[in-house]
Ligand binder design. Structure first.
Ligand code: HEM
Length: 496
């Protein structure tokens, strides 16, 4: 489940003798409870099955790592909110070190909590979580619309040749351009080989991050994975080179003005024009920030496009599996546009069914919350939890249990729409997690995904080439980089 653990931390015993012993199975020597997680397609299914036996909180030993699994909303809130300060760490991840230049603390999602992390989140927030009607929100709307236009034009050249299209790389390229237009004020041609390679590398990494390997918990297997780790490091070097050469260098290269003055293309001295400018300005102002912090942060956020592209692909998957959903989105699009214009981000508030479809896709795919780690000896539900313990927040249970949802295994966007036709989200629905390490990208996810899906369905009918080819995994928001084709045809009739 995408999280390796470079085990064997030496931990001091809990300071006071435990009053209560947390329930849990008896681990096997050496491998601990790992085999219990291999029996189901996703380890989160195993977490849920074990919670039926041991309850809303139980302990597991995965190889060398002490872990706790929390499966109820009540206790997930305790970990993420009321005791958020005790659980701000992340597992010490071998593969994640490989993905971030040998140090996972270069990554915003996989680093331990620190004052640097607080600052990095602060810089990102204005751009990644723009307030409705702010200038950044207007900018988000503008780049989403412009890129959606280019995307449809590019897609059209494919549709005219063959209706069966491997749309995933195109969707990802559109998302990558939305991100780079928004964050770096630059975009790339869809035919640009360097750009296509960069998009592919990010997607491979996104898929990789969503996989689990036994070595994550059995570090002594490391020699057998050396080549794999080298491959990951190579992918990230390719990306770093692209971002440096094609995005950042351009901005910091000195140019000579008409008056013969040397300046850079960055407007860091004035109001930052985008996220890249804001990062460069912080580099000048904050001596504790180095070049590599800036590069990694930019790269991390540009990489967010893979999550959006994979999610958009999963929305299309849900639509081809449930054709009535696509028809209802098209009805909503036609009601708003009357066939006379394109959808934009500001239409979202009047299109609850489309928004609800994205929410239902997030619910049914149930992207795991990145595991947290206790940074001090503490408790959950009065059970002692030692510093260094990995805590799995089982949001798969929150998204799929009958206790929370009626007909949980059915795809029903309507569940997110109130009788008054407004979007309603139950408190326990937390696809982006909650608390101090909550996802920073959710507004970008919802905005870009909304524009892409509505534009696609405004122009095309989308169907499966072969439903049996469509293979999705439970508790996973990633699809393999080489995934299935879809049948894309012009809409028979656009209602005006
Ligand atoms: C399908 C789309 C996405 C989903 C479902 C998702 C979900 C999540 C979840 C569950 C977490 C873990 C929070 C925790 O550990 O408590 C997270 C963390 C994070 N997400 Fe997202 N995310 C998505 C897309 C994005 C995008 C597009 C960006 C950036 C533009 C982004 C940036 C981040 C960052 C920086 C963190 C780490 C925050 C921290 O650890 O302090 N995410 N996301």
């Amino acid at each position: 489940f995408g999280h390796s653990f470079n085990g064997a931390q030496k931990l001091s015993p809990f300071p006071t003798s435990p009053k209560r012993r947390m329930p849990g199975p008896t681990p096997w020597p050496l491998i601990g409870d790992l085999p219990r997680l291999g029996a189901t397609e996703s380890p989160f299914q195993a977490f849920s099955a074990l919670s039926r036996v041991y309850g809303e909180i139980y302990r597991l030993r995965l190889g060398t790592a002490d872990c706790v699994v929390v499966s109820s909303f009540r206790l997930i809130k305790e970990v993420l909110i009321s005791k958020g300060a005790h659980f701000g760490g992340r597992p010490d991840l071998l593969r994640f070190h490989a993905l971030f230049g040998g140090d996972r603390n270069n990554s915003l999602a996989l680093c331990d909590w620190s004052s640097l992390q607080k600052r990095r989140r602060g810089i990102a927030r204005t751009y990644c979580s723009p307030r409705f009607a702010s200038s950044n929100y207007d900018q988000l709307d503008r780049v989403a619309n412009e890129e959606a236009e280019c995307f449809i034009q590019h897609l059209e050249t494919h549709v005219q040749h063959n209706a069966e299209i491997h749309i995933k790389p195109l969707l990802l390229a559109a998302c990558a351009n939305m991100f780079s237009s928004y964050m770096c004020s630059t975009r790339f041609q869809y035919e640009d080989t360097g750009f296509r390679n960069m998009v592919r590398r990010f997607d491979e990494i996104f898929w990789e991050i969503n996989q689990g390997y036994v070595v994550d918990f059995l570090p002594w297997l490391q020699p057998f994975y050396a080549r794999h780790l080298d491959k990951l490091a190579g992918w990230t070097r390719d990306i770093r080179r692209f971002v440096h050469e094609r995005v950042v260098e351009e901005r910091v290269r000195p140019t000579t003005t008409k008056d013969g003055e040397q300046t850079t293309n960055s407007s860091a001295e004035t109001e930052p024009k985008d996220f890249t400018d804001a990062l460069l300005a912080h580099l000048k102002e904050d001596p504790s920030l180095g070049w590599h912090h800036i590069l990694y942060e930019l790269e991390d956020f540009l990489g967010g496009h893979s999550a959006v592209g994979n999610l958009a692909m999963l929305v299309l998957t849900a639509i081809v599996r449930n054709p009535q959903v696509g028809k209802k989105i098209q009805e909503e699009v036609d009601r708003i546009t009357k066939g006379t214009r394109s959808i934009n981000l500001f239409d979202k508030a009047d299109m609850p069914y489309t928004e609800a479809t994205i929410l239902e896709t997030l619910r049914t795919t149930s992207s795991p919350i990145v595991p947290h780690v206790a940074t001090q000896h503490t408790t959950i539900a009065d059970y002692p939890v030692k510093k260094g313990t990995i805590v799995f927040l089982n949001n798969y249970e929150l998204n799929t249990a009958a206790e929370y949802w009626e007909a949980a295994d059915e795809f029903r966007p309507e569940r997110f729409i109130s009788n008054e036709g407004q979007i309603k989200k139950p408190e326990f629905f937390i696809p982006f997690s909650t608390g101090k390490r909550t996802c920073i990208g959710q507004k970008l996810v919802n905005g870009f995904c909304f524009v892409l899906i509505t534009r696609l369905l405004q122009h095309y009918d989308i169907a499966a080439v072969d439903l049996d080819l469509i293979d999705t995994r439970p508790a996973c928001v990633a699809l393999p980089p080489d995934s299935f084709p879809l049948k894309i045809t012009h809409r028979a009739k656009v209602v005006t």
